[in-house]
Structures are given as structure tokens and as C-alpha cells.
Design a protein around this ligand. Structure first.
Ligand SMILES: Nc1ncnc2c1ncn2[C@@H]1O[C@H](COP(=O)(O)OP(=O)(O)OP(=O)(O)O)[C@@H](O)[C@H]1O
Length: 445
């Protein structure tokens, strides 16, 4: 087995400065039998052993079955399972169908004896000294800690969960992870809140031609599109409960079965999920599966809200003005106004406020009176708001549309599908409007 198959599972320990990652893996060493001397270290969610070529540890012992056993990482430790093999599995001389493995045990599969060792290694995460990582801008302590963390986890194949408020940069973090991962395949985005509930299964896992009425041709699905690359599942909290076991199976078995087929297809995809919701609370409420939550949250990455990193605002302002080739600058008073604001729409809102200000400013200087924030009926007042001027006439129509959307959202308890229905627009249009107007898609506490 090649060294490239060696992978790691990382578990973050502690938070803030001095954060450490614990790498977990299972070392398998064949002690006797046809493959004596073969050694491999793996930390996949599930490790398969047998003589068939799709196993992770392929044995050439004729007394071993094609799919003999699997070892799954669980919150309790590595769980060994015999998959109904002809000659059975023995752990420390006891015949087992299932067993949680100790730190170092000897297993016997057919005539092959294997030493199984649970490895853990801890690494200190270096806090970066940079003001930028990939397209991410910001030199504050939380951002530098984030950069150090991203650098450490990017090359591992571990599933990641990114948490943060709407517009705080979760997608950009996922893109940065993909860029740093050196994975050859594409970065594919799947937004669970936008996709039609009826189509979500085939959009994710694909379908065969004729799998259902209207399936005129076959479809690959997001998982297979992302093969060798990264699949970013945005708004994972919106994934229908009935589809969650399928996603869990895809993550654990590294294979998907398209709709209308009974042939699973092996995939090599790194999954990064994101949410602005409290998934742990959803697990408590029974609206998100605990086993999927466990699998997704092996590593969680928290993206700070903009109000927690006001020191990054000058850098971000410079970045956006340059990115949009806007030939203007902010007066110190305008910068102060931005730093005092609470930013319910986070960095996306900052970008929008700047674009509007640049369009409305009379000269090259942007003054506090050129800054126009959202009509914040649902967000807390910021100290700077009372001094804001009313929206200029040109943006009144947009302000009205924004207001209508916010009110409909509140009436529908922030259920986007219901809101879109009430407004008579598609879910994807609503989602676009929410982004455009930097309306937080979550009710504020
Ligand atoms: N640190 C950053 N540096 C530069 N640009 C940023 C940063 N964070 C976010 N942005 C920009 O802000 C906008 C919103 O970011 P992004 O879409 O990644 O947020 P999000 O958290 O995924 O939002 P949502 O939850 O609504 O999907 C994008 O235009 C992105 O490029």
C-alpha cells in the first residue's frame, strides 16, 4: 500500500492561543500470512480489510474473505466489525463480530495476523503573522489564529464544519482550505437551503436516466463532480432529516449510490460543511441527526463576526476599494463610524455599504454622511445609527424591497421556503436578495 494512503484525523484541543491539534490514526502491521511485513497507517472514517481491490488494506490470503472486516472510528474509539467473513475474525484470540479496539491489539483474519495500534500525535498550531491568507483579509488576533488553524488542517482529508454568522466569510474560508489542500479536483458548492427539496437527493448523489418521471438524462450529482476535490455543503442545517443518513453513509463509506441505481460508486471527496445555525441545539431538538453531527464536527472552525474584529475594518476597506477599483478613500470620521457599527450582515454588508458610499460620495472622500446602513428592524441599534442620514431617493425602492423581505421573513419565522412562497419569488431569488441586501438569514437572539 502506498504512503499516499496515509491520512490523519485531527481533533482540535482547547481554543484561542496555543490551540493544539490531536492527530488520530490507526497503524496496521501484518505480522504473518501472505502479506507479512505490510504496514500502513490510516485514519479514514472507515477502514476496510479484505482481498477485493476496493479495500483500504488489501490482503492476498485466500482464507480472508473479499470484504472481511471494517474498522470504524466512533466517539468510543475504533470499532472493529466482521462483515460476515467465511473464516471469522479474532481479536486477542477471541472470535468477535464486533469489538471496540484497545490501544494495541492483535487481530487474526483467516491466516493473517495483524497488529492494530491506535496512534495519537499532538501538534501546537502556530499563530500566523500575516494580514492575509489566500483571499481572506484581516490581521487581527482571531484572524491570525484562524489562518494558523486553516494551514494546519487544510492538507488533512478530515471533514470540517465551519460555523459563523451570515456574510462572515464561511465560503471564503472553505475556498481557502481547498486552495491550501493541494487536492487536484474542483471546488464544488452545494447550497442545501437553495436546492429544491424534491431534487436535493439527485443534486447531491446523482441519478440515472429514467430514475423518476422527468429524468430524461442521467446526472452526476455534486459528490461525483467534486471527485478528487472539495465539496462545500453550505447551510448544512437545512438538509432534510430524511437525507441525513445518506450523507452520513457517503462520508463514512466514501461512496455514493445514484438514484435509480443499486451500484455504489467510490468517491474521493473532502467535505466541508457550513452553517450559521447551532447544530448542537438542533440535535437536542431532534431536527439534526446526532451521528451526522458527530461525523461533521470532528473539527469545527469558527469564523468571527465582523463586530468582534473592528481592528480589521481599515484593511478590509482598503481591500474592497482596490478590488472594485473604487478611486476614493474614507475620512477618519467615516472609518470610526464603520468601526462603531454592529454589522449584522458582517463582511458582506461592509462591502455593500462601501459600494453604495462610493457611488453616492460627491468627491473622492467618503464622509460619515455617505454611509447608509440597512433599515435594521430586526437587528440591534448601533451607537452610530442615530446619526445616520435617511436613505437617498435613488435607493428608496431598494430599501422598500429590503423592508418587505425582512417583514415576510419575520412573519414566516425565518423559514426561507415559506417566505419565498409568500413573496411569490423562487427560493434562489430570495437567497440572492438576502445576500445582496446583506439581510441575516437567521433570526437574531
Ligand atoms: N476575511 C475576508 N476578507 C475579504 N473578503 C471577505 C472576507 N470574509 C468575507 N469576505 C467577502 O464577503 C462576502 C461574504 O462572504 P461569504 O460568502 O464567504 O460569507 P458566508 O459566511 O459564506 O455567507 P452566507 O452564510 O450568507 O452564505 C464575499 O464577497 C467574500 O468574498
Amino acid at each position: 500500500m502506498s504512503a499516499e494512503k496515509t491520512t490523519t484525523i485531527a481533533v482540535p484541543l482547547g481554543s484561542g492561543r496555543g490551540r493544539r491539534l490531536k492527530f488520530e490514526a490507526l497503524a496496521l502491521k501484518v505480522l504473518s500470512g501472505a502479506d507479512a511485513g505490510l504496514e500502513v497507517t490510516l485514519s479514514l472514517p472507515t477502514i476496510r480489510i479484505g482481498t477485493a481491490p476496493d479495500n483500504d488494506l488489501i490482503l492476498h490470503d485466500r482464507s480472508v474473505s473479499r470484504h472481511h472486516a471494517e474498522i470504524r472510528s466512533t466517539p468510543e474509539g475504533y470499532l472493529f466489525r466482521d462483515l460476515g467473513s467465511t473464516n471469522g475474525s479474532f481479536i486477542e484470540s477471541l472470535r468477535v463480530t464486533e469489538a471496540i479496539l484497545g490501544m494495541e491489539v492483535t487481530g487474526m483474519l483467516g491466516r493473517t495476523q495483524i497488529l492494530l495500534r491506535h496512534l495519537t500525535e499532538e501538534h501546537e498550531i502556530a499563530v500566523a503573522q500575516d494580514n492575509q491568507l489566500g483571499s481572506l483579509v484581516g490581521g487581527s488576533q482571531p484572524m491570525r489564529e484562524l489562518y494558523g488553524f486553516l494551514r494546519a488542517v487544510a492538507p488533512t482529508p478530515t471533514t470540517l464544519l465551519i460555523q459563523g454568522e451570515s456574510g462572515s466569510g464561511k465560503e471564503l474560508v472553505a475556498r481557502t482550505l481547498h486552495q491550501l489542500s493541494h487536492r487536484n479536483g474542483p471546488f464544488v458548492i452545494f447550497d442545501a437551503s437553495v436546492t429544491d427539496r424534491e431534487l436535493i437527493r439527485s443534486d447531491l448523489f446523482g441519478h440515472l436516466k429514467g430514475a423518476f418521471t422527468g429524468a430524461a438524462s442521467s446526472r452526476e450529482g455534486a459528490f461525483r463532480k467534486a471527485n478528487q476535490g472539495t465539496l462545500f455543503i453550505d447551510e448544512i442545517g437545512e438538509l432534510p432529516l430524511e437525507l441525513q443518513p445518506r450523507l452520513l453513509r457517503a462520508l463514512e463509506n466514501r461512496e455514493v449510490t445514484p438514484l435509480g441505481s443499486d451500484q455504489p460508486i467510490r468517491i474521493d471527496v473532502r467535505v466541508i460543511a457550513a452553517t450559521h445555525r447551532d447544530l448542537a441545539a438542533m440535535v437536542q431538538a431532534g431536527t439534526f441527526r446526532a451521528d451526522l453531527f458527530y461525523r461533521l464536527s470532528v473539527i469545527t472552525i469558527d469564523v468571527p463576526p465582523l463586530r468582534d474584529i473592528p481592528e480589521d475594518i481599515p484593511l478590509l476597506v482598503q481591500h474592497f476599494l482596490k478590488q472594485r477599483a473604487l478611486d476614493c478613500h474614507l475620512t477618519p470620521a467615516a472609518l470610526k463610524t464603520l468601526q462603531a457599527y454592529s454589522w449584522p450582515g458582517n463582511i458582506r454588508e461592509l462591502r455593500n455599504v462601501l459600494e453604495r458610499a462610493a457611488a453616492l460620495a460627491k468627491g473622492k472622500s467618503i464622509h460619515p454622511q455617505d454611509l447608509h446602513f440597512l433599515p435594521l428592524s430586526t437587528a440591534e441599534e448601533s451607537p452610530s445609527q442615530s446619526s445616520l442620514s435617511p436613505s437617498p431617493p435613488g435607493s428608496r425602492l431598494k430599501a422598500l424591497e429590503r423592508q418587505m423581505i425582512q417583514e415576510a421573513l419575520a412573519r414566516n419565522r425565518h423559514n426561507k421556503a415559506a417566505t419565498a412562497r409568500e413573496l411569490g419569488i423562487s427560493l434562489s431569488t430570495l437567497k440572492r436578495r438576502l445576500k445582496e441586501y446583506a439581510i441575516p438569514s437567521q433570526r437574531r437572539p
